[in-house]
Design a protein around this ligand. Structure first.
Ligand code: NCD
Length: 310
């Protein structure tokens, strides 16, 4: 386990957070969302390094905006192709360099599992994992859970369907780990080849979480409160033919949602490709843009905790 977030440490895995710590993060985000101007300048001029060794739009820019709202300055790169990483610079050297520049926190996304933990081992500067390979995306899971908590006034008692690429996706695993702190029922809905990884099931069993695997969305849609849709991780599927076989095996459109509860929230970490038809956007089910906006208060809360200014 990394240094605890509440003591100003790293955020490497959502498994390092218990229910009480998660609720603290959500409460802090809620306060910041209600009154953002009160927190402007909370961490004035502190330097945050955003080091994205894998492309990003939302995570990079929402961390940047959240940091700026706290009065921080940001540096780094959103695209490894445009940095010295493309010349072969290592993670080790990049981290040591930004440490020397005076970064007070480093937000790292990397295609290799465990890379943020490696970074945390070589620097005293707090590290936030912004996605490592297929493994984890803890801050995304927190904003997902914050969105659910706000929509339903609490998370306990809900039925959450997680649909799509549960094998190669990191948002599905992190969200499942986080939800295991609550009294929820999780349905993993995916073609067999993309079902949830054994290590996630082992963890959930250990926590006594209620979950099951399913293949047919139509059979379970009627009982769900939340449908969390994910993209097939094309870049992580080793075989292009396999990708073509799997894509299009599920698509959420208004027809699919016919049997859904009227209160169902359809969520997606984005980017979406063709998993959710655009006709869903204007329905009452669509919740993915609200979810994306919740990145700001959550990442403000997390940065202020890590910087020790909350
Ligand atoms: C996700 C990611 O990078 O894991 N996006 C995000 O951070 N919002 C999901 C994805 O790429 O499919």
């Amino acid at each position: 386990m990394g240094r605890s977030v509440l003591g100003g440490g790293d955020i490497l895995s959502i498994r390092d957070f218990d229910r009480e710590q998660l609720e603290l993060v959500f409460d802090s985000a809620e306060t910041m969302e209600r009154n953002p101007e009160k927190f402007a300048g909370l961490a004035k001029d502190q330097l945050i390094a955003l080091l994205f060794f894998e492309p990003s739009t939302r995570t990079y820019s929402s961390f940047q905006i959240a940091a700026q709202r706290l009065g921080c300055k940001t540096t780094g790169f959103a695209n490894p192709a445009e940095s010295s990483v493309s010349k072969g610079e290592t993670l080790h050297d990049t981290v040591r360099m930004f440490e020397g520049y005076g970064a007070r926190c480093m937000v790292i996304r990397h295609p290799m599992m465990g890379a943020p933990r490696f970074a945390a081992e070589i620097t005293h500067v707090p590290i936030i994992n912004a996605g490592d390979g297929s493994r984890e995306h803890p801050t995304q899971a927190m904003l997902d859970m914050y969105t659910i908590r706000k929509s339903f006034v609490g998370i306990d008692g809900l039925r959450v369907g997680i649909l799509g690429d549960l094998k190669y996706g990191r948002t599905a695993s992190s969200l499942s780990y986080g939800l295991s702190n609550y009294d929820v029922e999780i349905s993993f809905i995916a073609p067999e080849a993309l079902q949830i990884r054994p290590e996630v099931e082992v963890f959930l069993r250990g926590k006594g979480a209620k979950f099951r695997r399913e293949t047919n969305l139509r059979e379970s849609i009627g009982g769900l409160d939340v449908l969390y849709v994910t993209r097939i991780q094309k870049e992580r599927i080793p075989d292009a033919t396999e990708y073509e076989r799997l894509r299009g095996q599920y698509q959420v459109d208004l027809e699919t949602l016919k049997e859904a509860k009227s209160s169902l929230k359809v969520m997606h970490p984005l980017p979406r490709v063709d998993e959710i038809a655009s006709e869903v956007d204007s329905s009452g089910f669509a919740h993915y843009f609200v979810q994306a906006a919740n990145a700001l208060p959550i990442r403000m809360a997390l940065l202020s905790m890590v910087l020790g200014v909350s």
